[in-house]
Ligand binder design. Structure first.
Ligand SMILES: [Zn+2]
Length: 139
């Protein structure tokens, strides 16, 4: 696992998907997603994970058991509206911007020479504060 302490907004797709599948999926992680419909909605595949205990990728997350078979998993539809609602709830609960998690910076790329690159978060304009009733349609 990584040891980064970098703060960022939660993965709202994952939050909504977990809520839909309930208790059994509370620590499941997304392994794939596809856009469907008009592009705002997604089919999300996610499932139980474990950390590899041997081999050159030791410590990495895998969705397969030691016998090579996929661990318990499921598929669920997550709509853009549901993710917007989850983000709004996060902003209300924490007071942090739901795009950058309160850092005021949004990740925008990576290169070996420069490392991780950031730009000013467009949602909060770099303040890191929740935008309250500023609706997503304006963005
Ligand atoms: Zn922000």
């Amino acid at each position: 696992m990584t040891t980064t302490t970098e703060r960022k907004a939660p993965d709202f797709m994952q939050i909504v998907a977990r809520e839909k599948l309930g208790e059994k999926a509370k620590d499941w992680q997304i392994f794939r997603w596809e856009r469907i419909g008009d592009g705002n909605d997604f089919v999300v595949g996610f499932g139980q994970t474990r950390l590899k205990t041997s081999g050159k990728n030791k410590g990495e997350t895998t969705w397969r058991g030691i016998d090579g078979r996929q661990l318990p998993h499921g598929k669920v539809v997550v709509t853009g509206a549901e993710m917007d609602a989850a983000r709004a709830k996060y902003e209300t609960d924490t007071g942090h911007c739901g795009e950058c998690g309160g850092t005021g910076q949004a990740w925008c790329g990576w290169s070996a020479a420069e490392g991780t690159k950031y730009r000013t978060c467009h949602r909060c304009n770099g303040t890191g504060k929740a935008q309250g009733d500023r609706s997503l349609e304006q963005l």
